[in-house]
Write a protein that binds this ligand. Sequence first.
Ligand code: FES
Length: 126
Amino acid sequence: MVEFLNFEVLEDHGWALQDEDLFAKAADANLQSTDFGRFYVDPNDTLLEAAEKNGFAWPFACRGGACTNCAVAVVDGEMPSPASHILPPELTEKGIRLSCIAAPVSDDAKIVYNLKHLPEVSELLL
Ligand code: FES
């Protein structure tokens, strides 16, 4: 089960990715179903495909690991990064991943999507 939160909501509420209780605060904030919720990821689907199958329009462009439009932050859980993609190590070390080429491998994960609005990511946007 993936629990997700829209990065733009963090800016609106003055929250930070590093906040320990970020998802608890989100759960109490009466957010729209497109900004906060949960869904399952089918085996062999990327996280982006799973979001789309569940009716969510998450950002993307290339769908091939080359543009960072689909970037997400993994706040909890495991989501390995394939070898070939555009993200520099300083971002993957912070848990940033590309949803078009990866999916969580842990049973549960907490994911902040829309990371293209994070300054370090937007610098890389193609
Ligand atoms: Fe371009 Fe994912 S859509 S890297």
